[in-house]
Design a protein. Structure first.
Lengths: 292, 274, 294
């Protein structure tokens, strides 16, 4: 699959980050010589085991850490600059917000920080809260929110200033399958609106379903990077789903394929996914969010 | 062994902070100095040696830390407490401790001297068997002893309140009420009356004492120069209040002048004309 | 889940070219949020109530029959309560409000926005400064009311002592409240500087109190400098005298109780002294925090 040459949302070149442990030269190398490009308008997954350097990379992109070597740019602006974050929305892992603010107040607070014009602010806050499905709970204090609601209000604060790039750090960690599916839907909607989404997650099945490209890190190094279809697809195989065939017809098919130089590698009963089965059976929460 | 210079960053930052603060402190010192001298002038030197034994380390730190007034207040309350128990040694100790900690309030000196001059003789006489049993000579000796302590204490106060007429009034009262020394009391009242913001009664009691001592001419001369200085009518424009007019008692002073003119046989042509 | 879509993205190239100048508005937003967080904390309410109780308990001095000098006792205890509880509140609140952002990782969320670290730190400082300002204002007003009420009663009972009018200079009492507030501002800046490199709330609070004591005793180093024989020790003592601000210079409250006021020149110098230190120490806190890895 080829891509037209899109603009890059994130460009990382030769990025290295060392953390100093003591005076005697012992360092912890969290990221080593990472070169990575996140094309604009795609959903990009950043994967890796714990300690692989994902969080460090995210923090450097957000300007929260300085690289030891190399550079990182967000829409062409060095990530250490404050203005690089004008176009970035961030949802941290296991988000924690000011408990005493209501959902509306929280999003409004971050909207003001991000410079959303005052005359647009109220309308914009209502829009994003409605978009994440928390209109009914927006008046309640964030301290009363469930984990799923926290994720959604977190997404709202990340979107309030209409950023071009949204970074989601483990957005579905600790969230039930229903909430997780809803967040996946939101991410895909963002993509249809031309947003770039960078997502980190341990839930590989979810990454596979929504990401266009992924990068896998291990011990600070880039191990693998590419389009999901290209990476996981078995290019020399095809899967055909048919109605149940009686044994005789199955043998006939096998023979037909063999005559043309192909082999029937496997005959299996297709499986739906457990999360899809769950979603089809369980009722979704009403708009406004579930109570804690 | 090579060093990780990046790990030294906190050290560089710390040194920079110390250097920046030192430079700021040095640069700002000329600006701060006049204000600091003004604050210091309001705080007499703390004689820690005299206090060391009486105070714990916490109190000493409190004094040094600028809480003198509140520490002195606390000990004054303690003074009142031991005074109510008629505990002479403790009362005497706390009185001196309070003014050593904070000599600025005149109140401490005045009330301390009164406790020494008026209450302590009473306690000592009662402890010696009471007024009935204690010989007059012994009572007189106790009065003189305590009055001497009170006068010494009040004279020490002048080191911190050189222009206080009220201290002279306290001294005068000790001479008059405890030692029955009219001459010394008169002199103290005179000194009080000559100071700014002296109570009006000081200027009246002095000539009264002179009369009792047979020094009528001096009393007459004093009252004649006093009368014109007294407020006689309320004048808000000049800041003369009703209270001041009443306290000054100008008509009473004029009356005393007339009495002395009769006693001294002053010719009519030479009488004082207000 | 709602199916309403987000509005369309504004012009990408125009947004991408914007710079982010330093903004007092953003600083104010952080300050406002910090203030809101502080006044909801039990610590603030507890210390405020305690200070109010102590100031009000100055009424008990009536029992001792001190006459007009009762006003001195009320004033001394009132300012003493303000200084003691105000210092505790300043150090504890600054440390708590800073570390709650670090420990709860709300600092991550906010610093990932287009906001300068300078705006964040100064915003936190201003929030604490505002909280302490409310504390000082309330305790000063209470003290003022107590003194005024008591002085009125004493004037009726003892005209001679009030021959020259009221003893307490109420305007100067308010100015002293302002000076205490500014002193707490310096203390908050110091605490924030410590917090900017400290790892824990506890360490920050302990060091804050330690520095508070040193600042109150700094004048001893100034006085002792000339008497120290050893040159290295003399230089060290001199350095101590320069590094730490002199908190004794704010010690003017004693004058109120004995009827003396404060000179306007002294007030302006002390106020200026405080503001300069707030700016310098606050700037150092920003510098230290810039390099902190969140």
């Amino acid at each position: 699959m080829t891509y037209p040459n899109p603009a890059s949302a994130i460009e990382i070149t030769g990025l290295t980050k060392d953390f100093s442990l003591n005076l005697r030269g012992i360092k912890l190398r969290a990221v080593e010589n990472l070169t990575l490009t996140v094309p604009e308008g795609q959903v990009f997954g950043l994967l890796g085991p714990n300690g692989s350097g994902k969080s460090t990379t995210i923090k450097i992109i957000l300007g929260l850490l300085e690289p030891t070597a190399g550079e990182c740019k967000v829409f062409g602006v060095p990530s250490g600059r404050v203005d690089s974050r004008l176009n970035v929305g961030y949802l941290p892992e296991a988000p924690y917000f000011y408990r005493y603010l209501s959902g509306t107040e929280l999003v409004r607070f971050y909207g003001r920080i991000c410079g959303v014009p005052r005359k647009r602010l109220d309308e914009r806050v209502r829009e994003v809260i409605d978009w994440v499905g928390l209109s009914g709970a927006a008046h309640r204090r964030v301290g009363t929110y469930s984990k799923g609601m926290l994720q959604r209000i977190g997404l709202a604060q990340a979107l309030v200033h209409d950023p071009r790039l949204i970074i989601l750090d483990e957005p579905t960690a600790g969230v039930d399958p229903v909430g997780s599916a809803e967040i996946s839907e939101l991410i895909l909607k963002l993509k249809t609106q031309g947003k770039t989404v960078l997502i980190t997650s341990h839930l590989l099945a979810q990454i596979e379903d929504i990401c266009d490209r992924v990068a896998i890190l291990d011990r600070g190094k880039l191990i693998l990077e590419g389009a999901v279809d290209e990476l996981v697809g078995l290019s020399n195989r095809q899967a055909l789903i048919v109605d149940s065939l009686p044994a005789a017809e199955l043998e006939e098919l096998r023979g037909w394929l063999s005559a043309r130089g192909h082999a029937l590698k496997a005959v299996e009963q297709p499986r739906t996914r457990l999360d899809q089965l769950f979603l089809s059976k369980v009722s979704r929460p009403q708009k406004g969010g579930e109570a804690k | 062994m090579k060093f990780n210079l990046a790990a030294l960053r906190p050290l560089w930052t710390g040194l920079l902070v110390v250097a920046a603060l030192a430079v700021t402190g040095a640069a700002i010192r000329p600006f701060e100095e006049p204000a600091w001298q003004a604050v210091r002038a309001q705080q007499p030197a703390l004689k820690l040696d005299s206090l060391q034994g009486a105070l714990g380390q916490g109190i000493t730190a409190g004094l040094l830390g600028g809480f003198r007034a509140i520490v002195a207040d606390f000990f004054w309350i303690k003074t009142n407490s031991v005074w109510e128990d008629n505990d002479l040694p403790a009362t005497q100790t706390f009185i001196k401790l309070v003014t050593a900690i904070d000599p600025r309030p005149l109140y401490f000196w005045q009330n301390g001297s009164r406790m020494i001059a008026y209450d302590m003789p009473n306690w000592r006489i009662i402890a010696a068997g009471g007024y009935e049993k204690t010989p007059q000579a012994e009572q007189r000796r106790i009065d003189e002893e305590q009055s001497a302590v009170a006068l010494k204490y009040l004279n020490e106060a002048f080191g911190h309140h050189p222009d206080s007429p009220l201290l002279y009034v306290e001294i005068a009262n000790v001479y008059l009420n405890r030692l029955k020394d009219k001459a010394s009391a008169a002199e103290a009242y005179r000194k009080a009356a000559l100071l700014p913001n002296a109570p009006y009664y000081a200027g009246r009691i002095y000539p009264e004492l002179l009369r009792k001592l047979g020094r009528h001419a001096e009393a007459y001369a004093w009252l004649k120069q006093l009368y014109p200085t007294l407020p006689k009518v309320i004048d808000t424009a000049k800041g003369i209040t009703e209270f001041q007019v009443q306290s000054a008692m100008a008509p009473v002073v004029l009356e005393r002048i007339r009495e002395l003119e009769k006693e001294l046989n002053i010719p009519q042509i030479e009488v004082f004309k207000p | 889940m709602s199916t309403v879509s987000t509005p369309t993205t504004p012009s990408s190239s125009a947004v991408g070219m914007r710079t982010v100048p330093f903004s007092l508005g953003r600083l104010g937003i952080v300050a406002g949020n910090t203030f809101l967080e502080a006044v909801r904390q039990k610590l603030f309410n507890f210390l405020l109530l305690l200070a109010i109780a102590l100031v009000a308990s100055a009424q008990l001095f009536r029992e001792f029959n001190f006459g007009s000098s009762e006003l001195k006792f009320i004033s001394d205890f009132g300012f003493g309560a303000m200084v003691f509880f105000g210092s505790t509140l300043t150090i504890a609140a600054t440390a708590q409000l800073f570390f709650s952002e670090i420990e709860n990782r709300t600092a991550l969320t906010i610093l990932a926005k287009p906001i300068w670290r300078t705006e964040f730190i100064f915003g936190k400082f201003l929030g604490v400064f505002a909280v302490v300002g409310v504390f000082c204002a309330l305790t000063t007003l209470l003290l003022l009311a107590l003194l005024y009420n008591r002085e009125t009663a004493l004037m009726a009972a003892d005209s001679e002592a009030f021959e020259h009018g009221r003893i307490i200079q109420y305007g100067d009492l308010v100015l002293l409240g302002v000076l205490q507030w500014l002193k707490f501002g310096v203390l908050a800046a110091i605490t924030l500087l410590i917090a900017s490199f400290s790892n824990t709330n506890l360490y920050t609070v302990v060091m804050g109190f330690f520095v508070l004591v040193i600042c109150h005793l700094q004048y001893l180093a100034r006085d002792a400098y000339a008497q120290v024989a050893s040159l290295p020790l003399r230089l060290l003592v001199r350095l101590l005298g320069y590094v730490f601000p002199n908190f004794q210079v704010f010690n003017l409250a004693d004058q109120i109780g004995i009827g003396a006021g404060i000179d306007s020149g002294v007030f302006l110098r002390v106020a200026g002294y405080a503001l300069i230190y707030i700016a310098v120490i606050g700037g150092l806190a920003v510098y230290s925090f810039r390099n902190r890895e969140i």
